[in-house]
Design a protein around this ligand. Sequence first.
Ligand code: ARG
Length: 465
Amino acid sequence: MNDSVENTKLWGGRFTRSTDKLVEQFNASIDVDKRLYDADIEGSIAHLKMMANEGIIPKEEAGTLIEGLGKVKRQIENHEMEFTPGLEDIHMHVEDALTKVSGDVAKKLHTGRSRNDQVALDVRIYLKKETLLILELLSGFQKVLVKMARKHLDVIMPGYTHLQRAQPILFSHYLMAYYEMLCRDIQRFEDCLKRIDVMPLGAAALAGTTYPLNREFTRQVLSFSSVSQNSIDSVSDRDFVMEFISHASICMIHLSRLSEELILWSSAEFSFITISDAFTTGSSIMPQKKNPDVAELVRGKTGRVVGNLMSILMLMKSLPLAYNKDMQEDKEPLFDTVDTLKICLEVYTRMFENIKIHKDRMLAACSQGFLNATDLADYLVAKGMPFRQAHAVAGKAVAYALENQKELDDLSLEEFKTLSDLIGKDVYDAIAIHTMISKRISYGGTSFDNVTRAVEKAEKNLGLK
Ligand code: ARG
């Protein structure tokens, strides 16, 4: 049916039939990659400047095109551009619009360039900016955590293993654990940034080009740190996308673990915290409900991001070098990951500023469940008993207390003496909650001094002091 219709595409020269409409839709990525318009135009301007500088195209023509690209950018920003699947992707939309704005001279823009190196460049420009934003959001969230740690420096809560009460810890020590996790997230993104920050333009389709391009010039115009070394690798490398989504997944998993705790702690059973009304929602049937939806959604969205990681890994796993159209599918998981991570970090930063801490409840939870059993054993060790034996005695003390519905601190000295005559009346101080905290002096432990030092160090690191 289409046999006689000429193919009018930018690449239509060798085609005698026009593209099937369904294929046109199937092939198009414009709905997704239109967000790269800014990067695409920035890359094209740099390419034109370089070509003019090297005498590949006349300076006046480059000037006309750069001006034209400015107009195209404004068109897009004013929502005046019509996006159509017929023009496939953002690269062709920009070029087509430029032709309308600047005339036939626009046909020189794509000299010495392919969409293969162009798209690699665009994604790198985009991701470099986004990674820098994410780094800022991460340190912004750290600031909130550290300020909260400073404010609640002395608040004591039960620490858990296996979600069973284990030993008392400082709430500030717990917050600083998340600070550390976020430090590693920052390190990972910073490291990944080195590999994002590489300029691929000039690789053309895959083999380089016959024009005397000055890739170093383009790199400088675009403020990249280095140029890519191998033209084949330049157009087929998506390691930086895989790395980015992998780091984002780990970061989301951190946020998801935090979510789980916020959800538990805000339950009636724990009542350690209250999340502000502004960050919770009600139920349409149960009037009393106040649900921690934000925390639940952050936990839920973690699944999406980890799914995106699977998508990009599976997408790349069998691709022969160099560019394959499969790679067009890299953008949805990447963009979704960027959007999701950013909003989760933003919403958590704001939510944390609005969390109320119930320190009495936290402290009360420490006084039940024999959290001082280890300290009783350590007390006996200090009196000369080997640790294994001390562990057994403390275990017997717990069994005895349980039977008599008491806590260890409720036992009388006589009762203690029946367990070991090494025990004296100084035992009560040794197993008191405050003593337990202040004695945890091993480097990185929960003692007041340690945590105060950790908070101070973080405050300096974040420029809070
Ligand atoms: N829309 C394409 C992508 O996102 C651009 C590169 C197309 N290259 C090609 N040879 N068809 O990957």
